[in-house]
Design a protein around this ligand. Structure first.
Ligand code: ADP
Ligand code: MG
Length: 376
């Protein structure tokens, strides 16, 4: 939003979006003796160490959450662990997850990440890309929510075959039902989060039927049911160019699966890279919290150098989804102070601090802001 100056960017806005606005999106099921149970899937790369940091923070702050950990990673080519993980997600209704490496050289290894989102029908992927003061970037004052259809557009799900040798057919499959629900989610999200404009990203000039349907559904819904939200359509190539040249013009971007994947990564890059942004996945029943760009960060694993911000913000999103708003604010503020007031930065954003230094600082900040003082 062009009018939003950096000065207005309060620490609270840093991590503030509410994913559970759609009436069908239920609060999670598992709660015993006042405590929530959340499935934890550490994944590959830096995932396991990031989960340890999250557990340490939660235990220090006495957040009422217990984690049920299920190991699921690329070393395990057997589908049984995937079924265990899915059962745990269904039982608890909510999960936090590291990324699982997808092996290119194993044709039979279906992406665990895609499979989990598909089986839990987590059709909306939401990223909040917002500039953080003190993080060096080319552009300032960015505040974009990216909402991506997360389950179809099968060119993304690997629906492809070799018709005759040397000829591959890759199928993109979209349905009115799924376009309608992601469009509905987006406008409801805009209304609930007081956002003003939705930009639908498409390639309907070429893909007249598939992207044409996407555009038509979004446009009709905007006009008929959300006249108070500004709606615009933008072709994906132009949207990419606009995003890197004048990103402040965007408020919410609504996107089909593949464009959403690429545009989200561009947007994360604009606000500082893969270590900073969290990604929410929600459907009508379940919710899953992970990092926005879904990297494994394998080269950084075990070195105590990865930026923990994206994972901690995933934990903040999760707390807010659980209805633990005061706890979410407390953790978000502690992280924000570490990044901006104490100005502790890891190498990916030009600093030289270790991961554990940031975690210690977050814990110090939590210690000096007791729960009772939370009166925002
Ligand atoms: P992919 O999973 O797509 O193979 P990588 O895991 O290799 O991607 O991550 C892409 C890049 O992002 C790498 O340069 C990696 O170092 C960097 N990166 C990913 N996560 C983080 C993080 N948390 N902190 C710092 N850098 C990160
Ligand atoms: Mg990787």
């Amino acid at each position: 939003m062009a009018s939003k100056s950096l000065a207005l960017l309060t620490r609270r806005h840093f991590s503030s979006i509410r994913p559970h606005i759609y009436p069908g999106t239920r609060l999670p099921h598992a709660k015993y003796g006042g405590r929530h149970t959340v499935t934890m899937l550490p994944g590959d790369g830096i995932g396991p160490e990031m989960m340890e940091h999250i557990k340490r923070i939660f235990s220090f702050a006495h957040f009422p959450v217990d984690f049920e950990t299920v190991e699921l990673n690329s070393k395990d080519l057997n589908a049984t662990s995937l079924e265990f993980a899915l059962m745990a997600c269904e039982r608890n209704g909510i999960a936090i997850k590291g990324n699982i490496e997808t092996k290119f050289d194993h044709p039979d290894f279906i992406s665990r990440n895609v499979e989990i989102r598909r089986r839990l029908d987590l059709y909306a992927n939401i990223l909040h890309c917002v500039s953080i003061p003190t993080v060096p970037t080319r552009h300032k004052g960015i505040d974009i929510v990216l909402i991506r259809e997360n389950t179809e557009g099968r060119e993304y799900s690997g629906l492809e075959h070799e018709t005759i040798k040397g000829v591959i057919e890759s199928i993109k499959l979209v349905t009115r039902r799924n376009i309608e629900r992601i469009a509905r989610y987006t406008f409801e999200f805009a209304a609930a989060n007081n956002r003003k404009k939705v930009t639908a990203v498409h390639k309907a000039n070429i893909q007249k039927l598939g992207d044409g349907l996407f555009l038509q559904v979004a446009r009709d819904m905007a006009k008929a049911e959300y006249p108070y939200i500004e709606f615009e359509a933008m072709i994906v190539d132009n949207a990419s160019m606009q995003l890197v040249s004048r990103p402040q013009q965007f408020d919410i971007m609504l996107m089909p699966n593949l464009y959403g994947n690429i545009i989200s990564n561009i947007a994360c890059g604009l606000v500082g890279g893969p270590g900073l942004v969290s990604g929410i996945n929600v459907g009508d029943k379940y919710a899953l919290f992970e990092t926005g760009t879904r990297n494994t960060g394998t080269a950084l694993a075990g070195k105590n150098v990865a930026n923990p911000t994206a994972f901690i913000r995933a934990a903040v999103d999760m707390l807010r989804y659980l209805g633990l708003d005061a706890d979410a604010h407390r953790l978000s503020d502690a992280l924000f102070a570490t990044l901006t007031e104490q100005c502790l930065h890891t190498a990916d954003i030009g600093g030289s601090e270790k991961t554990s230094t940031l975690i210690d600082s977050i814990i110090d900040n939590l210690a000096t802001t007791p729960k009772e003082a939370e009166a925002h």
